[in-house]
Design a protein around this ligand. Structure first.
Ligand code: HEC
Length: 111
């Protein structure tokens, strides 16, 4: 009886623990890592964003010119221009799933 209860409890708690330790919600990742440059609204009109000449992710034409795989690659590997880092690589901080979620998140900015 005791063992059964313990087993049932473990079954309940394990997924919970995994959920807590796992990927952060995509909106949180966007807020923490990306809004400084790309803006909360994805327009890239922040002080840094304007300087970096960022694309406006609410622009349908910009969205049409992007490929999911390339976006994921850029988020993972970052952006350098003439040897200077313009966007850092996030592959060490974010999992492949988190990066995939961010790509989907950026797609939703399209007006
Ligand atoms: C230090 C400023 C900065 C931060 C922070 C930043 N980016 Fe970028 N990002 C850039 C620059 C610069 C480019 C290249 C210019 C462009 O494509 O607009 C870029 C390009 C991109 C692209 C590629 C678009 C294309 O042209 O293919 C994606 C996708 C992207 N960023 C997503 C993100 C995500 C997601 C985060 C957060 C995890 C993030 N960026 C954080 C500066 C930044």
């Amino acid at each position: 009886m005791k063992t059964t209860t313990k087993l049932a409890l473990t079954g309940l708690l394990l997924p919970l623990a995994a959920g807590l330790a796992g990927a952060a919600p995509v909106a949180e990742n966007w807020d923490n890592h990306c809004t400084k440059c790309h803006g909360a609204d994805g327009k890239g009109l922040t002080k840094v964003g304007k300087k970096l000449n960022l694309k406006d992710y609410t622009d349908a034409k910009v969205q049409a010119g992007l490929k999911d795989e390339e976006m994921a690659k850029v988020i993972g590997a970052g952006v350098t221009d003439k040897g200077k880092e313009k966007m850092k690589a996030y592959q060490d901080e974010l999992s492949a799933d988190e990066i995939k979620d961010l790509v989907a998140f950026i797609r939703k900015f399209k007006a």
